[in-house]
Design a protein around this ligand. Structure first.
Ligand code: 13P
Length: 249
């Protein structure tokens, strides 16, 4: 079990550039945990100033989205070349908010995953069921499809370095966290799905995060589960509490 925990904040559409730098400065001394990889997922416009603010620390940056072409006539989009050149290491792809509000499909997300990997960026690929799907008992069917289609043509070697974030939609921003047993059950099933697509080595290597109302009070219990390799944290990543979450790993 050599997987290092990865604790990522998803700042979503919060923090102007000057606010982002202030928050990064505040959090910097609070998240210096060598036992975990620590990631700030900041809005695109905040990447450059935050990269400057966290230079020389253990903090890595994630973008929250990316287009699947290197450059060209795609008004409003951000390319992997831009992210890599700005010092970004990770890119959150397929967040449920992007699937819902911006109609991203598994096929779109797959193109982005392949393109990110081709440019040396590590995808944090999100999946997760709605409350309705959970109540209908189709959670794992739905998530398997998200994973299989999202990872289409990704090699085992590439998959080993990736991160998957399991984020049940009913737990996002609701204060209603999945219990550690519920989260572990799905994260384990995701690992089994990776084993079916690839092999046991790949399943053992890939990191799977839980996201959805993670806070300083519930993080330790969630991160202690055998198949949960850290968290993707929304609201609580904008507060000093994020330091406590990082040290729960
Ligand atoms: P909250 O932690 O605010 O529930 O958000 C979770 C999330 O969507 C992280 O990507």
């Amino acid at each position: 079990m050599g997987r290092k925990k990865i604790i990522a904040g998803n700042w979503k559409m919060n923090m102007t550039p000057s606010e982002a730098v202030k928050l990064a400065e505040t959090l910097k001394p609070l998240v210096n945990n060598e036992k975990a990889d620590v990631v700030f997922g900041v809005p695109a416009i905040d990447i450059v100033p935050v990269a400057e603010a966290v230079r020389g620390t253990n903090i890595e940056l994630a973008a929250q989205n990316m287009y699947f072409e290197e450059k060209g006539a795609y008004t409003g989009e951000i390319s992997p070349l831009m992210l890599a050149d700005a010092g970004v290491r990770y890119v959150i792809l397929g967040h449920s908010e992007r699937r819902e509000y911006f109609k991203e499909t598994n096929a779109d997300i797959n193109k982005k995953v392949l393109c990110a990997l081709a440019h040396g960026l590590t995808p944090i690929m999100c999946c997760g069921e709605s409350l309705e799907q959970r109540e209908m008992g189709v959670t794992m069917d739905f998530i398997r499809q998200q994973i299989k289609e999202g990872l289409c043509e990704v090699t085992a070697e590439q998959a080993k370095g990736m991160v998957i974030a399991y984020e049940p939609i009913w737990a996002i921003g609701t204060g209603k966290t999945a219990t550690s047993e519920q989260a572990e059950e799905v994260c384990r099933a995701i690992r089994e799905c990776i084993c079916e697509i690839y092999d046991a080595d790949t399943a053992e290597a890939i990191r799977i995060q839980y996201g959805g109302s993670v806070n300083a009070g519930n993080a330790a219990e969630l991160f202690a589960m055998p198949d949960i390799d850290g968290g993707l944290v929304g609201g609580a990543s904008l507060k000093e509490d994020f330091g406590k979450i990082v040290f729960s790993a």
